[in-house]
Design a protein around this ligand. Structure first.
Ligand code: HEM
Length: 182
């Protein structure tokens, strides 16, 4: 129910439509304590925590984009879009008073990590394209492959954020689940 409600909330708020597989075996016991990442973890702690569960830095950054919804200062609280990443790139955010209201410590930690972010020079370039004999090549593919600065990529390209969020969400909610044989 939680996995389905989460996916429904994302699409109702304008995010991607995420198919959630039904029919899983319900758990009879609660999860042990300490399975969720602490909001006070730094970027390296967050990355390790996600890696231990089989999630890459890219998936950590994409999933954290869910914080675009709600009251943490990432744009319209009821719209699922890529404002989270755009606002993280605006660091240090207008004023010290305002910055303390933006995001959780974990969100701010991602914006201070080189692997999660990207160099300002590439941020200024936006989405570069080369035109050769009428054919347009997007350098985004190269950026994705070799630079891996996910906050910048998702701030530039909401479609890529939606695609990556969708697959990471499916992986997250299916992780450790068992299904009935029907
Ligand atoms: C990266 C590790 C994460 C940490 C440390 C974290 C921590 C938290 C905390 C502490 C809150 C409560 C904020 C408050 O109201 O004071 C929160 C809210 C929330 N989280 Fe996360 N979270 C993480 C990842 C995720 C993921 C993976 C998702 C979904 C895919 C998610 C979705 C949400 C949503 C929708 C809220 C409500 C936001 C609001 O109403 O302000 N979070 N998170």
């Amino acid at each position: 129910m939680i996995a389905v409600a989460g996916a429904e909330a994302v699409s109702v708020c304008g995010g991607p439509v995420i198919p959630v597989q039904l029919g899983r075996v319900d758990s009879m016991v609660p999860d042990p304590e300490g399975k969720l990442p602490e909001e006070t973890l730094d970027a390296s702690g967050l990355k390790q925590c996600f890696l231990r569960k089989g999630f890459s830095t890219q998936q950590l950054v994409a999933l954290s984009g869910a914080h675009t919804i709600g009251s943490k200062g990432f744009g319209n609280p009821s719209v699922f879009d890529n404002s989270y990443f755009k606002i993280l790139l605006e660091k240090p955010w207008v004023s010290a008073g305002m910055s303390s209201m933006i995001g959780l410590p974990s969100d701010r930690a991602l914006s201070e990590d080189d692997e999660c972010l990207r160099p300002p020079v590439l941020a200024a370039l936006g989405t570069p394209k080369i035109t050769l004999f009428g054919i347009v090549y997007s350098l985004n593919i190269l950026k994705d492959k070799f630079l891996c600065r996910w906050i910048g990529i998702y701030a530039d390209d909401q479609k890529t954020f939606f695609e990556d969020f969708k697959s990471a969400y499916i992986k997250l909610v299916n992780s450790g689940a068992l299904w009935k044989n029907v």
